[in-house]
Design a protein around this ligand. Sequence first.
Ligand code: ADP
Ligand code: ASP
Ligand code: MG
Length: 407
Amino acid sequence: MALIVHKYGGTSVGDPERIRSVAERVARVKRAGNDVVAVVSAMAGETDRLLQLAHKVSADPIPQHQDLLVSTGEQVTVGLLSLALESLGLASRGFLGSQVRIVTDERHGKARIKRIDAGRIRDALKKGEVAIIAGFQGVTEQGAITTIGRGGSDTSAVAIAAALKADVCEIFTDVAGVYTADPRIVEGARLLRRMTYEEMLELADSGAKVLHNRSVEIAARFRVPLVVRSSFDDGEGTEIVPEEESMEETLVSGISLDRKEAKVAIRHVPDRVDMPARIFRPLAEGDINVDMILMNVSKEGHTDVSFTVPKDDLKRAITIAEGVARELGAGKVEASADIAKIAVVGLGMRSHAGVAHTMFSALAKEGVGIQMISTSEIKVAMVIDIKYAELAVRILHDTFELGKGET
Ligand code: ADP
Ligand code: ASP
Ligand code: MG
């Protein structure tokens, strides 16, 4: 007997028929003698619908109130799945984040999980019930409902699996597992049987939507066995494993695409030693997550500073940047939301040079210009014009021949 955490994403619970099929899967695993915890997302499109509603009644919805609204999507799924299990003769207990006590900090809309009281879940399991838990949400110490960021149900599931010391956390989604690139963009993308935590984290951080980045962080830290599988069939999916268990260091394992970033540039900034601190401090204080930064050596005492921020924070970032530019006596602030970030990730980059060069040449040959570059030990990321986004992913997938080889 094992303790198994399942997570079902939006498409997987998108209509009553899909919910019945999830209930059947849960019932099969339960009847095979396992303890089952199912963490669920809102039905496909529901979170977007709720966010649009918020914007219909408020020009600038405050995150506290918005959280109360958008967290309801998951509650609907918990209710429906409990009912579907009931009609299969299975007892279950449904939980909102606040009922489990998934305690988060107070950063509404992007809260972090601080701890999970596993007692009530264990209690339900001990009674032979299936525990069904609303993903994406938590509660502050003071009792306010929070959400943990778009796509966050993956993180809820992995954090719950870690708290319960579950034998495995299976993320059921609308593709067969983790591919070498988004299979909706690259037709020849290859399903990976295994991928390391390190590579998965870089891909998720760089925008590969298949797993929420913090879910991978938590899985790696607590060594939660993690599998990504399809909710539509019985394929084995992709296992996310520690590096020691991966057989070889692939040069390039995957490519990600992120269209949710925007770029801000402050022109003609007087180059003083405290200048970067003065620009980035107020952004940090505003809880704006700056990803890439580009700063040149100054020419005659002035330089341009560019950086990327999430599109959702662009308006605030521009206001902050304009304030700083005035204070520093800099030139104008320019912004563009029409950018995409592409990242190429692989453990083999540690020991092989030349990936960046190969990428840049392949893109240059097709006329795709590169605006910003950043690297880590196992990743090369760059910003390009959004109109080339999908083309660039396909070019790089071909260049590194990712469609070939064993799955
Ligand atoms: P869910 O609603 O189940 O959480 P998501 O839409 O959040 O599903 O994530 C699954 C989607 O991630 C897939 O439909 C696919 O388009 C996208 N995706 C992006 N990169 C990859 C990748 N490397 N492998 C698989 N899917 C990917
Ligand atoms: N329902 C939330 C979203 O759409 C969380 C999730 O699906 O993971 O972002
Ligand atoms: Mg998701």
